[in-house]
Design a protein around this ligand. Structure first.
Ligand SMILES: [Zn+2]
Length: 128
């Protein structure tokens, strides 16, 4: 990661939820719509099936405003490193965790324009 500008970083509060709204989360982050935010678009069987676009968020500032991480249904496969968290009601893959990292499914972030993210292809089908 290289820093490309010297402009001060503003922070915005982002909110998101699964489809039915049983699980809601919030976190602060610099605006994602600057055209520089990279999101992996992975072609592994799991991401293809769920439509996951994992967006890294600050783990220490990430909180649920409805539901809890433990309330989500966990799913792991292959090495078990990546823990997929699904809403048990509506089935939305809302959060993906691995090691100490927290990512949210970019598709579940309110008001986020996916067209402004840099989708990076990740060949998970062959690398995972
Ligand atoms: Zn739900």
């Amino acid at each position: 990661m290289s820093s490309q500008t010297d402009t001060p970083t503003e922070t915005r509060q982002y909110n998101g939820a699964c489809h039915c709204g049983k699980f809601k989360y919030t976190f602060p982050h610099a605006p994602f719509d600057n055209g520089e935010t990279e999101v992996y678009s992975c072609n592994c069987s799991s991401c293809t099936a769920s439509g996951l676009l994992p967006l890294r968020v600050p783990a220490k500032d990430f909180t649920f405003t409805a539901g809890t991480l433990d309330g989500l249904t966990r799913y792991t496969w292959n090495t078990g490193k990546y823990v997929h968290h699904f809403c048990p009601v509506c089935g939305t893959e809302t959060v993906l965790t691995y090691d100490d990292n927290v990512t949210v499914n970019a598709r579940t972030v309110a008001g986020l324009d996916l067209e402004k993210l840099k989708l990076k292809k990740f060949d998970g089908a062959n690398l995972l």
